[in-house]
Design a binder for this molecule. Structure first.
Ligand SMILES: NC(=O)c1ccc[n+]([C@@H]2O[C@H](COP(=O)([O-])OP(=O)(O)OC[C@H]3O[C@@H](n4cnc5c(N)ncnc54)[C@H](OP(=O)(O)O)[C@@H]3O)[C@@H](O)[C@H]2O)c1
Length: 270
């Protein structure tokens, strides 16, 4: 990965930041994006202090024009793109009957359309480099999760889009990886939108007890190098995907019970 040019959307926190650090330490040139300029600049400083070649660009993944400008800036800075990592994402936690539909639109705009826009504008460069597209999806992209209708829908949509794109690109040698981490320590549950569209501001999980963003980044790095098709993380994640294929009805009940037990779960059990 030395001297490869890597564009990571949502590189100012969690998995995106860890990916920037991992690829950067392996000698890649990094472009990271995000909406919050302070957070981005802080991460840019931290990476530069580790001698990583990095450029931070403010861009909203939900905006087509921002994605176009992000890709243009990346090209101007480094002269090409070898790996595009569509990582920027937000989540939600609310029952569908209570949720403001704007929450679902926001999730689709950021997670799904953000991926589509970035791929569209990066495509000429990726075709030239025969590079990689990496979609950071989720186990929720294989198995619908209660109180996360918009999140699951956005990740299923991402996976359908990327599978179709991979198939289109078979002869053009552009590699497409769909990476599905299981629960990972990050800020995503704090920023997850509640029914009224405001961030829930807390995590229902013990963040210290789940996989670290750095460990996830190391797995994704290896999968990009090996040009793997899919990456499903943790044994529990793999079992969930497998059982869901074989016993979907049983999984409806198991998944319901699991998420109903979460701290402050919006899922009523009666
Ligand atoms: N953590 C998990 O348990 C987990 C599990 C499976 C999959 N994932 C996926 O991993 C990806 C990264 O999430 P994370 O867990 O690392 O969350 P995180 O710590 O909240 O980081 C999210 C990153 O995305 C950026 N972002 C959010 N909305 C954006 C937008 N509209 N435009 C540009 N950047 C945006 C954030 O920066 P700004 O807020 O400044 O824009 C931040 O840099 C997501 O796609 C998520 O669905 C996470």
């Amino acid at each position: 990965m030395k001297d490869k040019i890597i564009v990571i959307t949502g590189g100012s926190s969690g998995i995106g930041k860890a990916l920037a650090e991992k690829f950067g330490k392996e000698g890649s040139k990094i472009v990271i994006s995000g909406r919050n300029i302070e957070k981005l600049t802080q991460v840019e400083r931290e990476l530069k202090a580790q001698n990583i070649k990095v450029t931070a660009i403010t861009a909203d993944s939900a905006s087509e024009i921002d994605n176009s400008l992000l890709i243009q800036r990346a090209f101007k800075e480094y002269g090409g793109i070898d790996v595009l990592i569509c990582n920027a994402g937000i989540s939600m936690r609310a029952m569908f009957e209570e949720v403001d539909l704007e929450v679902l639109r926001k999730l689709m705009d950021t997670n799904f359309w953000g991926t589509v826009y970035a791929c569209k504008y990066a495509m000429p460069f990726l075709l030239k480099s025969k590079g990689s597209i990496v979609g950071i999806s989720s186990i929720a992209g294989y198995r619908g999760l209660p109180a996360r209708t918009g999140y699951s829908a956005s990740k299923f949509a991402m996976q359908g889009f990327l599978e179709a794109l991979r198939t289109e690109l078979i002869k053009k040698q552009v590699h497409v990886l769909v990476a599905c981490p299981n629960f990972t320590t990050s800020n995503i549950r704090n920023t997850a939108l509640a029914a009224d569209g405001h961030p829930q501001g807390e995590s229902p999980l013990e963040e210290g007890e789940i996989m670290s963003a750095e460990a996830v980044a190391a797995h994704i790095y290896k999968a990009v190098k090996a040009r793997k098709r899919d990456l499903i993380l943790t044994t529990k994640g793999k079992i969930t995907v497998f059982l869901n294929k074989l016993f979907p009805t049983m999984m409806d009940k198991m998944v319901f019970d699991h998420f109903a037990r979460e701290k402050n779960s919006p899922i009523a059990t009666i």
